[in-house]
Design a protein around this ligand. Structure first.
Ligand code: ADP
Length: 507
């Protein structure tokens, strides 16, 4: 299966191990790009942008090739899903049914937009008229994380391809495999050489070389807020390249007294543990959400074991249902099936690597030391691999680290509130602003809260409702610049104004 990896080489022939999080064992070695390899990739991308066909061909033709790329992904979905399962610990059925089909559909969405990129005509004055051209921004560096190796790849690559950009993608060092497969498929689809370059490697070397490169016009980054700051600094001190950042979160989920208890608990667990979403959703909303998943491509189900920037890890429950909620949440979390992501009954797979695993356990330890009560979980599952029990804390205070920091693991902080105003104030008490969830049947409450929370996406009576037509991205220290939707296409375009006199110029 991995034979294609050995054909890839880097300037100095360096390689690094990639690990299976189910066992902690080495899967294979992958070519490790360094600054010199980034230079070579940028040279190829620059040449393809400045003189190649891709930015110059019609949008329709670009779209046609992107459609072919999407077809190839769908034809190879089984193999790609296996790559993401062994490399990222993603549940196999989710990869096959949701994550990878979503990636292909995302490509098709932007393929359809590629021939609908227009500027404006400008009347200006009696003497002058003009128009604007929307031009591709140039050579783009995409730096992506490990939690959604396939979806993240196309969140970035699909709109940039549609815009006519050329690009270098640096996957996370934990999950290099599926990106290489996508590079291989892009060639088969007919994307010209130099347009899509994948360079695997580490953040401080390969990633840093992209951010400070003088010949890259834009960096689109998804990752931690800490690294986002470094990316922006490097862009500022090099060539002032345009930056967009999709960063961390500590999203609140607010559950009001009138919520259906059973559904609210399921959504809360889904919000932080995730992975099981599909099963929960089918149980919950039988036809409606199955219909949404199948027909409208809502990917309510795509992240894993709390490893998602929008995890609803701060759960505020109104006092009237708080006690019943705590009891039910404990029951359900204890029944959660944690295990091999290849197994069809598994609801939660392993964390991606030892570093994340240790970090999550240390947060759990800190929560206990700070005085929170461990309602469920808190320990490793089994002895091999990076599995962690679904963990819920109660008796949590706003200033505890488990409430303030992004843990990126299956850890929920459960808190009680009294009034709508209190819920809004506490929900906003975070440096992040990525997402929020509200569970209530009261329209006035839903409207008030959704307008008052400073976050880039608000889910009312649902969670993780992603769609490629729905812009996604943060407020505050969760970043700026959207992925998905037509907004993402705009990120890869720049406006040129062309102005001309109507009559012969007096000058
Ligand atoms: P996480 O904590 O989720 O691993 P990171 O922000 O560390 O998130 O990593 C996200 C992506 O950023 C990865 O591809 C990683 O290699 C890359 N990265 C890490 N450090 C840097 C850096 N200094 N410059 C550029 N990219 C980096």
């Amino acid at each position: 299966m991995f034979s294609f990896l050995y054909h890839l080489n880097t300037t100095f022939g360096k390689t690094f191990e990639t690990i299976d999080p189910r066992t902690g064992e080495v899967i294979t070695r992958v070519a490790e790009g360094d600054k010199e390899d980034v230079d070579l990739a940028v040279k190829a991308a620059r040449e393809a942008f400045d003189h190649g066909k891709w930015p110059r061909m019609s949008g329709y033709e670009r779209g046609r090739i992107m459609m072919k790329f999407a077809d190839l992904i769908e034809e190879n979905v089984d193999e790609i899903a296996i790559l993401d399962t062994i490399n990222a610990g993603k549940i196999l059925t989710h990869g096959k049914l949701l994550d990878i089909p979503f990636a292909a559909k995302n490509l098709r969405y932007y393929a359809g937009a590629a021939d609908k990129i227009h500027g404006k005509t400008l009347k200006l004055s009696q003497e002058m008229q003009g128009y604007t051209l929307l031009e591709p921004i140039g050579v783009v560096g995409h730096i992506i994380p490990w939690n959604f190796p396939s979806a993240m790849f196309f969140h970035k690559v699909a709109p940039a391809l549609a815009a006519g950009c050329t690009m270098i993608v640096k996957p996370a060092e934990q999950t290099p495999l599926s990106a290489l497969y996508y590079a291989h498929l892009s060639k088969l689809a007919g994307i010209p050489d130099g347009v899509l370059n994948v360079v695997n490697g580490f953040g401080p070397t390969t990633g840093a070389a992209i951010c400070s490169h003088m010949d890259i016009d834009k960096v689109s980054f998804t990752g931690s807020t800490e690294v986002g700051r470094v990316v922006m600094q490097a862009a500022a001190t090099s060539n002032l390249k345009v930056v967009s950042l999709e960063l961390g979160g500590k999203s609140p989920l607010i559950i009001f007294d009138d919520a259906d208890l059973e559904k609210a608990v399921d959504l809360a667990l889904l919000g932080v543990l995730h992975n099981k979403a599909k099963l929960i959703i089918i149980n919950l909303y039988v036809l409606v959400l199955v219909f949404l998943v199948q027909e409208h491509n809502f990917v309510d189900v795509m992240e894993l074991q709390g490893e998602i920037c929008v995890a609803g890890s701060r759960v505020y429950v109104q006092e009237g249902i708080y006690d019943a909620f705590v009891k039910k949440a404990a029951e359900k979390a204890k029944g959660w099936v944690v295990g091999d992501p290849f197994h069809p009954n598994t609801q939660q797979g392993p964390q991606v690597d030892k570093k994340q695993f240790d970090k999550i356990l240390s947060y759990i330890d800190q929560g206990i030391r700070e005085g929170a009560t461990l309602l469920t979980g808190g320990k490793q599952v089994g002895e091999k691999g990076f599995y962690i029990e679904p963990t819920i804390f109660t008796d949590v205070k706003e200033d505890m680290r488990i409430v303030k920091d992004e843990i990126f693991g299956p850890v929920m902080a459960l808190m009680k509130f009294k009034t709508v105003e209190e819920a809004i104030e506490r929900a906003n008490k975070t440096r992040y602003g990525l997402a929020a969830g509200i569970i209530t049947n009261n329209l006035n409450v839903a409207n008030t809260v959704s307008r008052s929370i400073r976050a880039g996406v608000i889910w009312i009576n649902c969670y993780f409702a992603f769609d490629f037509d729905c812009a996604f991205g943060g407020y505050k220290m969760s970043g700026f610049g959207k992925d998905l939707g037509m907004e993402a296409l705009e990120k890869y375009l720049q406006t040129k104004a062309v102005v001309t006199p109507i009559y012969n110029s007096p000058w």
